[in-house]
Design a binder for this molecule. Structure first.
Ligand SMILES: [Zn+2]
Ligand SMILES: [Zn+2]
Length: 343
């Protein structure tokens, strides 16, 4: 098969490799589409160390091509969304139902070969069957949507509440829709005004860009009609976004909740006096635990508008270009289609 193999930082090449063979309890998936996210870029650049050689790619979907002995969950021909993280199953955290926090967690495309290839082998548990007829372009969003469903659930939104989504990338623009589905009124805060129109089209009641002098606190107060929104979901993973969500007085109301779901790699400066004074509840949200089936169901039901989020498509052979476009401000979700595009 053809696969994009990373042999050193920034050395990613398409090459022919031996087809993987599913062992007992494993499934061979013919990859239909694989999305690119910031983690893939960090792996490619070497910021995130991995063992080489590695086939990266963790957001992918496809068709079951073959199954090993003992597999009952899927059969050849099934369409599946791949859950690319799983816990060890034997530690205290896994026993407590927190496999997403397992210190021995295995991540596809990071710890083992992933989806920037024509074929991938996965344990049966990683394969979530999807109804036939859900387009690749839609099913592709299962993994980021599972992240968002968990983040929103951790905020426990109630109908009629106001919510701020910080960041207007893939996660933020999915979060708008999930929060609207829960009956919230939603403000989107982005750095630039490039995606504010899209955020509104996807259901945001208000949208503001901070780089153009937009006042996120005034927008939050305006939407809420009080001293800040009931909850905020931070999806950008930048220090600036964390500082807004947690540190700006009047953005989230006293007694409100802040969910941190973007992975901030840079340190933030927060005056915790105001966190205590306003008794903010802060919760991290790490990938997903039980949310994959919910994400598949939302997409299969047509409950999410994802077409505007898939801005760029490439053949697998164009993976270098795809990674470069992922970094361009005009892109939202960039994906490669190792099997060629479906009609
Ligand atoms: Zn990702
Ligand atoms: Zn574990």
């Amino acid at each position: 098969m053809q696969a994009a193999v990373l042999t050193a930082p920034r050395a990613l090449r398409l090459q022919g490799v031996r087809d993987p063979v599913p062992g007992s309890g494993e499934v061979l998936v013919r990859v239909g589409a694989a999305g690119i996210c910031g983690t893939d870029y960090r792996i490619w650049s070497g910021e995130r160390p991995v063992a080489y050689p590695l086939i990266p790619g963790h957001e992918f979907i496809g068709d079951v091509a073959a199954v090993g002995s003992g597999v009952t969950r899927v059969q050849p021909g099934d369409r599946v969304a791949v859950e690319p993280n799983w816990g060890c199953g034997s530690c205290d955290l896994c026993g407590e139902g927190r496999g997403n926090l397992c210190l021995a967690r295995v991540a596809v495309g990071i710890d083992r070969d992933g989806g920037f290839a024509e074929l991938a082998v996965l344990p049966e548990r990683a394969c979530w069957p999807a109804p036939p007829g859900v387009p690749d372009d839609v099913l592709l969003f299962t993994e980021p949507l599972a992240v968002v469903v968990r983040a929103v659930d951790r905020a426990a939104p109630r109908p009629g509440e106001t919510a701020a989504v910080v960041g207007a990338g893939t996660l933020g623009l999915l979060a708008v829709q999930v929060l609207r589905g829960r009956g919230c009124r939603v403000l989107v805060v982005a750095r630039s005004d490039r995606r504010l129109g899209l955020a509104r089209a996807l259901g945001a009641d208000a949208a503001v860009a901070t780089a153009d002098g937009g006042d996120a606190v005034a927008a939050a107060r305006g939407l809420a009609g009080r001293d800040g929104v009931d909850l905020a979901v931070e999806t950008a993973g930048t220090a600036e976004a964390v500082e807004l969500a947690l540190g700006r007085v009047g953005f989230v109301r006293p007694g409100g909740r802040v969910i941190l779901a973007g992975l901030p790699h840079a340190a933030s400066r927060i005056e915790f006096f105001w966190v205590v004074r306003r008794e903010l509840e802060i919760r991290g949200s790490m990938i997903y635990q039980d949310e994959f089936k919910d994400a598949v169901a939302l997409l299969a039901a047509g409950a999410m508008r994802v077409a505007p989020l898939l801005t760029h498509r490439f053949a697998l052979a164009e993976i270098d270009r795809a990674l470069a476009v992922h970094r361009e401000p005009g892109s939202i979700k960039v994906a490669v289609f190792p099997g060629g595009e479906r009609p």
